[in-house]
Design a protein around this ligand. Structure first.
Ligand code: ARG
Length: 392
């Protein structure tokens, strides 16, 4: 019998996909990735088996997700179109990596996923799988099957005794992991309307929050966050804590009209409290310790790095080369940043580092000034020389 490994979430689409693939003559093995979406994995496993899977693998990938995906993205200051800290996009290559691994273990020739033909995620999963094992074949039931609506799908599920959650139609499509939440569809498709409060999962509405700011201090070692308020923490609890604090202060909400890889513009709401705090703090520390040329050049490469993540090219030669560049820039990114959280905003207010390139005796306007002002004269003359007497 042909075997397929399906990326399974426990939701309606992938549950129906199990049955649909079985009807096409496949033995279906499910793979469930725990990326910190906070679901009941026992229940998901049971549901997969009840829907007809022969086996359900559940794997806790949270530490690997943080170490090998989130941290490199943080070191690179990766942000897509100025607002998206890439939670969903970063998770896909990791899921694909394990689909391939399980396929090898199970000697399956096929992998499958529950993405539609309009999104970025199908591209990310399939490109990654192709890079890691070009011989594997991919099936995307949602691109092929005959259901025209969610109602038809529910009918199919009921007809085949596929256990689904009998809640009323979910108003949004949500993807969540420990780095953030992506929310789209429903009323959010009307661009002239402000997203309703019920669209947000992990952040409080900034209006009506405490009129007192909250200060937190984040310490980094070589670009990696290591402490919050002086307390050493492992990355998983550190991120969880910042999500909690940031969320309570309404930090990390974004409303983005984004350019998808497949040429469509779409609107997505993002929540990323911890990612926002860490991104801001990390950039602030770099301002202190990176020289001008490296800092400016890095900005250009950050943009490219974010695009590569968004485009599903995590395992590409360019991304690997950029990682080497980013790693070199992190050598002195050690120190701490104090941030002020207030009604949805997050700003760095104080900073220190043993590698700080700031020299107060040079920048000061007080009598402590040691800068030799006379040197400026020659510098400016030479700087302007190429432009002297040029036609205008
Ligand atoms: N637009 C985001 C991306 O392409 C998130 C996609 C998934 N969003 C969702 N609500 N299911 O990375």
């Amino acid at each position: 019998m042909k075997k397929v490994v399906l990326a399974y979430s426990g939701g309606l689409d992938t549950s129906c996909a199990i049955r649909w693939l079985k009807d096409k003559g496949f033995e279906v093995i499910c793979f469930v990735a725990d990326l910190g979406q906070g679901e009941d994995f026992q229940k998901i496993e049971e549901r997969g088996l009840a829907a007809g899977a022969s086996k359900v693998y559940v794997k806790d990938l949270r530490d690997e997700f943080i170490k090998d995906f989130i941290i490199p993205a943080l070191k690179a200051n990766a942000i897509y179109e100025g607002k998206y800290l890439l939670a969903t996009a970063l998770g896909r290559p990791l899921i694909a990596k394990y689909l391939v691994e399980v396929a090898h273990k199970e000697k399956a020739e096929y992998i499958a996923h529950g993405c539609t033909g309009k999104g970025n995620d199908q591209v990310r999963l399939e490109v990654t799988a192709t890079i890691l094992d070009p011989k594997l074949k991919v099936i995307a039931p949602l691109r092929e099957w005959e259901f025209k609506s969610r109602e038809e799908e529910i009918e199919y599920a009921q007809m085949h005794n596929i256990p689904i959650e009998v809640t009323k139609k979910k108003p949004y499509s949500i993807d969540r992991n420990l780095w953030g939440v992506s929310i789209e569809a429903g009323i959010l498709e009307d661009l002239d309307k402000e997203p309703p409060e019920d669209a947000y999962l992990i952040t409080k509405a900034p209006t009506g929050l405490s009129s007192y700011p909250k200060y937190i201090e984040v310490a980094f070692e070589k670009g990696v966050p290591v402490k919050v308020d002086g307390k050493k923490m492992k990355l998983q609890p550190l991120i969880a804590l910042l999500n909690e604090i940031g969320g309570a202060y309404g930090v990390g909400r974004y409303d983005l009209i984004e350019n998808r890889l497949v040429g469509i513009k779409s609107r997505e709401i993002y929540e990323a409290p911890a990612a926002t705090i860490l991104y801001i703090a990390h950039k602030e520390l770099e301002s202190l310790v990176l020289d001008r040329e490296t800092a400016h050049y890095k900005e250009i490469l950050s943009l490219k790095y974010a695009e590569l993540i968004y485009y599903g090219l995590w395992y590409s030669p360019l991304k690997e080369a950029l990682d080497s560049f980013m790693e070199v820039t992190q050598k002195n990114v050690t120190g701490s940043i104090k941030l002020k959280l207030f009604k949805g905003s997050c700003v760095a207010v104080a900073r220190k580092s043993p590698y700080s390139l700031y020299k107060k005796e040079l920048s000061t306007y007080s009598k402590e000034d040691t800068f030799d002002h006379r040197l400026a004269d020659g510098f400016i003359k030479i700087w302007a020389m190429p432009f002297k007497g040029q036609e205008r």
